[in-house]
Design a protein around this ligand. Structure first.
Ligand SMILES: [Zn+2]
Length: 213
């Protein structure tokens, strides 16, 4: 699992009943922690939005498979990701704050299934996201795979080295973490060719973070 607030645990759990909450029950899991404690993404995914809301405060929404995860109550402007950005499990996305409807600083982590509304049908227990294990993420998501293939296909006829990279990525190194391990090796192989900046950009797009070159 990837703890979204490393070093801290769940206080108020998902599903607790009480008149404090507008639906009559707690719609997420709370992680109380000091102001500005780091918040990391539990899962890989794509940032849908960075928003401000009277109840949720400053919050980040991340699409993970068929779910959206809301990381709420950050200090204003504390999100360090932007819409459209790909994130990996464990990647820093912001920090703990007390914006919105709160009694003290904490992360409220909420998970919704399509169509992602604020109602009892769409809101689900976020525990599967908290339990997500990056080691089991052995394949790229379809979007990640398409992004990488598109770039490598475009250069396929231009450089034999890129063909080898494409084959290795497709056949052997399919996990995002393994791709990160592969990246330094690719630097050495492809640096001599004219296409390294393109390949590097593609890998960074897939990983959602910079790699050394
Ligand atoms: Zn909460």
């Amino acid at each position: 699992m990837v703890n979204p607030v490393p070093g801290y645990g769940i206080g108020t759990p998902y599903g607790r009943r009480g008149s404090l909450w507008s639906l009559g029950w707690h719609t997420g899991a709370d992680f109380p922690a000091p102001m500005h404690t780091h918040i990391v993404s539990c899962t890989p995914g794509t940032v849908v939005s960075v928003s401000n809301d009277r109840a949720y405060g400053h919050y980040v929404t991340i699409q993970w498979e068929g779910y959206r995860l809301l990381y709420c109550h950050m200090p204003s402007g504390a999100a360090v990701v932007t819409p459209g950005q790909t994130v990996s499990a464990g990647q820093l996305i912001g920090s703990v704050g007390d914006t919105g409807n709160v009694t003290g600083p904490h992360l409220h982590l909420e998970m919704r299934k399509s169509p992602y509304g604020f109602n009892a049908n769409d809101i689900v227990n976020p525990q599967p996201a908290i339990d997500y294990d990056p080691q089991e993420d052995d394949v790229l998501t379809p979007a990640q795979d398409a992004a990488l293939k598109e770039l490598l296909d475009r250069n396929r006829s231009q450089d034999r080295v890129l063909v080898e990279i494409r084959d290795r990525v497709n056949a052997v190194w399919r996990g995002t973490e393994r791709l990160a391990q592969l990246a330094p090796g690719l630097t050495g192989v492809a640096n001599a060719g004219p296409f390294w900046p393109d390949v590097k950009a593609a890998i960074e797009k897939v990983l959602g973070r910079p790699i050394s070159s």
